[in-house]
Write a protein that binds this ligand. Sequence first.
Ligand code: FAD
Length: 437
Amino acid sequence: MILTAYALLVALPVALGWWLIGPARPWLDEASSAIAMMTTAALLLEFLLSGRFRVISAGIGMDRSLRWHQIFAQILTIAALLHPLFYLSPSGAAFERPDDPTGALVLGLDAASLISGALAWLLLGLLILTAIRRDDLPYRYETWRIGHGLGAALLAGLALHHAISAGRYSGAPALMAYWAFLLALALGSLVAVYLLRPWQLARRPWRIAGLERIGDRLWSLTLEPDGHAGLSYRAGQFAWLRLDCSAFSAREHPFSIASAPTDGKALRFLIKEVGDFTRQIGGLPLGARAYVDGPHGALCLEGRREPGIFMIAGGAGLAPMLSLLREAAARGETRPITLVYGNRHQGQIMAAAELAALTGRLRLDLHHVLQEPPPGWTDFAGMMTPALIQAEATQATREGWVFLLCGPGPMIRAAHQGLAALGVPRRRILEERFSVF
Ligand SMILES: Cc1cc2nc3c(=O)[nH]c(=O)nc-3n(C[C@H](O)[C@H](O)[C@H](O)COP(=O)(O)OP(=O)(O)OC[C@H]3O[C@@H](n4cnc5c(N)ncnc54)[C@H](O)[C@@H]3O)c2cc1C
């Protein structure tokens, strides 16, 4: 549904251009124009896709909407690279032809449009490269994000200038109106993300009510609503948190909610120290202000009627599974549940006692996988490999269970490979990735 709407919106300027003006040039020129118009439309729609709008992410999951944003950006980079290479027609006034009074067979490139096109080309490449290699850059995530947003806004301006001044179709009134519409959507997304949403969050503050070290570089954080009814969410969802800073701060990070809706108004998060932000979690003052942008995500069991639930989690990926397990126990879930939970060593296992207790309240089969097991370890040792998943999930696959995956990208890829080898259909796999690449 969302993909169809996206494809229609991207193709519409080409349809409008051909319908209103009609193709008159060599087909490669027309192909190049079409690529350019579709690329410009896709670029403007990227603002919507990356804006974490619930209307988009509720159905497909936040991680998938952000992954689509990345995949589409890579496709549009390739298209933009091809765009200038296709043109066969000569360019500029020097090639004006007496047999072509309308100028249809001559490209309308002047110096300004050439410069805006070339700059857009370079900037797009830079944005893609810095996004793919984000973790290798010597900047904080927030700095990268602000730069990425500003760069994207500049890119949209350059691309539009180039399209309108050099394109054969884009200057037509109907096309101009369409570009104005897409531009309004893009700018509206920026206003919503950077101004409206923080303003709404500022009116519903939270406070840090608990902070406890629960293992090796692991923290349990509890937030309580401050003067409002709290958050209405489903087990398995996550939220972007701003802790001890303004609601307008760029310093926000996503964390899965580890508590369950039936637990009450307080929200609990399980946080692993990995970088500059998470390493400072332990030093946050109790009672400090917090802001919760959520709920997001679709790693939820509502409406799933499969006869069993198979969970695969890595590291902090346990957090949403714990939420789902707590909710399942509170609601008297009777279906069998398997949890395969991977960590590097025993000190990194989150909520070990709680998990053990849940095996008594649910039909829960719990398996730990440790890369560095202690002496005498009787559960799985080694990495979470496709072969391990395949071996553990054979029976569940045969019985048609639903599979839930959460954790870092490499673990999710291994789980997917194992499930694909078993032939598990995509519709029976739900996932939330903590890292996209
Ligand atoms: C949907 C989702 C749910 C998550 N749930 C949990 C959880 O329950 N518990 C937990 O410990 N971790 C969770 N994470 C991971 C957590 O968000 C990152 O570990 C944290 O943001 C790292 O920030 P840092 O500055 O400490 O580390 P950095 O070294 O800056 O970053 C480590 C990794 O996290 C990514 N990252 C950093 N900041 C952000 C951000 N603002 N938004 C998105 N990615 C970012 C970086 O690109 C990098 O891949 C979740 C991630 C996602 C996407």
